[in-house]
Design a protein around this ligand. Structure first.
Ligand code: SF4
Length: 415
């Protein structure tokens, strides 16, 4: 590897770590003398494919020479930091070299805005096109769409990449105006809508002609920075719910604001609010997978998720009239509402009920987390605990055993 490229890799892999769209972003875990592997050597990060496989990706920026000046960003124009830009050939060669050595299964390519959104988008597309057409690369590619780039370029990105994402960054237009004045809600939402339309059109076309290549088969995602601006969990989750339904996003990634700049427009927390980020992911999961409506978890009157309890337990405690659930009769959707019962255990309960009468002592073997579920279910009319247990005692017990509070969240501990 040429020294120049190696240096660029150091700068541009480090510069990409604040993008949360890959699960191990920011992790610096290493194996030490007795272990094996490392979480993020030189820009290797991990993501999950649609079929649940963990895949390792080379995660880099194409350039950190950015003409924008977003208040929260380490790469903003006004920061005095080492700058670098790859060439298209360098990224293609690096990806192929890493792939052939089995270091990675794909590429996560983001970028600052160099010269103009169109110029930057052209570079990113050129990398993807050359990988696919000249080097016959069939690995996973996740590419960022640059807000403000022309619609034709945005459309092209999905022809080569598995996933295309546009970072919405901040939940409201006012916050964008204050903290990222060169961006606007419209130049973020327009590419999102374009990508959604292209995915839908491609799906229709493929129904008629099987040979049509798939367009962005892993869909699109976005990232929201949390706690850099004053929006409530309610505003954030309502926005996410609307992006899921209107732009058919696969994922919204929540990224706790990491204070990297001294800027009076920004709050000055002691560190990233990882507990809030975690609660938002839990609530997002309930909306996306468990069929909860956003307003069941947060609303105008209660705009923040509880910090001390996961959102499903908090919802269940707010609705004592719905519990206990009789486990031998409840339907699938009702089972999913019980804290401690997930998709897999709900399905197992239904299957087990078909072959034999269910007993309380069977539930743990079916994957039910009894530590939580015991307060909310009966089985053949029997409680696992005394029915006289007071609500405040249940809350205290659930809070004490909440995994997010018990384990210290330290994802960005070394930043
Ligand atoms: S556009 Fe904003 S967030 Fe993106 S690299 Fe430039 S300054 Fe950072």
């Amino acid at each position: 590897m040429l020294a120049g490229v190696e240096q660029k890799l150091d700068i541009l892999a480090a510069a990409a770590k604040y993008d949360a769209a890959c699960a191990s972003s920011g992790s610096t875990r290493r194996a030490g003398r007795h272990g094996l592997g490392a979480a993020a050597p030189r820009g290797i990060c991990h993501s999950w494919s649609d079929d649940g496989r963990c895949i390792s990706l080379l995660k880099i920026l194409f350039t950190n020479r950015c003409i924008y000046d977003c208040a929260y960003c380490a790469n903003r124009r006004s920061n005095n930091i080492p700058r670098a830009s790859f060439t298209v050939s360098e990224v293609v060669d690096l990806t192929m070299a890493f792939y052939l050595r089995n270091y990675i299964e794909g590429l996560f390519l983001s970028s600052g805005v160099e010269r103009s959104p169109d110029y930057t988008m052209e570079q990113l597309i050129a990398v993807c096109r050359r990988l696919r057409e000249e080097r016959q690369f069939h690995g996973y590619i996740h590419v960022k769409a640059i807000p403000g780039a022309s619609p034709e370029l945005i459309r092209q990105a999905g022809l080569y990449a598995d996933r295309v994402s546009v970072n919405i960054e901040l939940p409201t237009e006012e916050s964008l105006r204050l903290l990222a004045p060169q961006k606007s809600r419209e130049n973020v939402l327009t590419p999102m809508r374009l990508i959604a339309e292209s995915i839908a059109a491609n799906r229709d076309e493929r129904r008629r002609f099987k040979s049509v290549p798939r367009y962005a088969p892993a869909g699109q995602s976005t990232q929201l920075i949390v706690s850099a601006s004053p929006e409530s969990d309610h505003q954030i989750l309502r926005l996410a719910a609307s992006l899921y339904s209107h732009c058919r996003l696969k994922r919204v990634y929540y990224s706790a604001y990491v204070p990297v700049n001294d800027d009076t427009r920004l709050p000055a927390p002691p560190g990233p609010d990882l507990l809030r980020e975690h609660r938002l992911y839990q609530a997002d999961w309930l909306v996306r997978v468990y069929g909860f409506a956003c307003h069941e978890l947060v609303d105008e009157r209660t705009p923040y998720l509880e910090r001390t309890l996961d959102p499903k337990c908090a919802w269940a405690l707010r609705h004592p009239e719905l519990f206990p659930i009789e486990i031998t009769r409840a339907d699938y959707e009702t089972l999913l509402r019980v804290p401690g019962i997930g998709i897999r255990s709900a399905k197992r309960i239904l299957a087990a009920r078909r072959v034999a009468p269910l007993r309380l002592e069977d539930l743990a073997n079916l994957g039910v987390v009894m530590k939580r579920a015991q307060y909310f279910v009966t089985c053949q009319g029997k409680y696992a605990l005394p029915a006289s247990l007071r609500p405040d005692a249940i809350r205290a017990a659930l809070e004490a055993s909440d995994p997010a509070r018990v384990t210290q969240l330290d994802l960005f501990g070394e930043l």
